[in-house]
Ligand binder design. Sequence first.
Ligand SMILES: Cc1cc2nc3c(=O)[nH]c(=O)nc-3n(C[C@H](O)[C@H](O)[C@H](O)COP(=O)(O)OP(=O)(O)OC[C@H]3O[C@@H](n4cnc5c(N)ncnc54)[C@H](O)[C@@H]3O)c2cc1C
Length: 419
Amino acid sequence: MHSDVIIIGAGLSGLACALRLQQGGLRPRIIEAAPHPGGRIATDERDGFLLDRGFQVLQTWYPEARRMLDYRTLDLRPFYPGALVRIGDDFHRVSDIWRRPLQLLEMIRSPVGSFGDKLRLLRLRHHALEGDLEALYARPESSALEYLARFGFSERIIERFFKPFFAGVFFEPELSVSSRAFEFVFRAFALGDTALPAGGMRCIPEQLAARLAPDSIQYGCRVQRLLERQVLLDQGERLSAQTIIIATEGAEAARLLGKQPRPVRGTTCLYFAAPEPPFDGPYLVLDGSGQGPVNSLLCPSNLSAAYAPSHQALISVNVFGAEQHPDVLEAAVRAQLGTWYGEVVHSWQRLAVVQLPAALPVQATPVVAPSQALQIQDWLWVCGEFAAPPSIHWAFASGNQVAEAVLNTRHSGHIQEPG
Ligand SMILES: Cc1cc2nc3c(=O)[nH]c(=O)nc-3n(C[C@H](O)[C@H](O)[C@H](O)COP(=O)(O)OP(=O)(O)OC[C@H]3O[C@@H](n4cnc5c(N)ncnc54)[C@H](O)[C@@H]3O)c2cc1C
């Protein structure tokens, strides 16, 4: 069977790419290994609970997400701008005072960092928000830890806030990620909400897939390898197209291209059900002690009731890495949380342990924003994490970028029509 364009993968980059091509008058066909769209942005249902596949959120500032998504229909439920940090025997609230100015006094008194650290936060904010994204990705780079040290931040605030908060975003406890990746994420937290769609993260890809022509996505089909203007499916079928676009995870793109995969970071998310949430409100709770497996904890059902059946709460606990045996990890998590919330944690019912060994590529220096679409052959292009930094914004941006380039190439007649 012949198509205009075959896209391998219905993650956010593949969906964005397909939508732009469709808008440009082409009939893209997506070949997707999974039975649903969204790739890593996914939500499973279990016993009436919605379990996002790992702790994932939408940052509403993302310029490409604002362009691609209908936020109103997603019915976004924002987190509190800041976090609760567990230090010693207590929880301390950290607030973004630009968005919660009434919390200024509480922030100044907070033991999360020194008074000087709070002033340094002003400088950091000013610096990280300066210039456009192109300027951000052109700045000199170091590790995020070195970058924070250059601002003069104390070890106290680095250990109690920066590491648990930002390391949780990159699934990397030591903040050795690029300062560019750090600034990008800092900007996203500072300039918009961090939110969950009321019906779970899967609503994001579902919204996009619904805009594609019927039957544009062929689910449950894995591309085994590429041939000249053809893909060979696991089932043995060959599909041909004038243009083929790889929109898979980075490692899979590398495999299809015969290249070395980049190293990746893993994470594990433990889901528990309880009659009551351990706290009220749309908070992200961080471990500021660095002692124990827990990085963060949240109650998605505090943000949206759809995440749990009535009279029940959903608790999500996130840890670095995906190597530990689930039972061993669960015991260690319960032991740590017992010191936070008391004996009640031992009555929480385990719903799932979601282990994601290849959640994100390592974002060590250099991290580069793609200035142009990645073309491998005149018929072969790549978008997604092989071509761009990881994130919802860059998945959309790279998918759109490749689609624009394909449309331009066709309009300028560089691609021969099939005979
Ligand atoms: C736990 C977790 C939390 C995250 N949190 C955030 C967050 O809070 N904010 C944020 O911005 N980003 C977050 N990310 C990153 C973000 O989800 C990804 O960067 C983005 O979704 C990647 O989209 P993609 O389309 O490039 O790839 P993917 O989502 O990986 O999609 C690739 C698709 O290709 C399919 N596929 C692969 N191989 C084949 C094949 N051979 N044949 C056919 N189909 C194939 C896969 O099944 C998949 O559907 C998170 C990621 C994870 C895992």
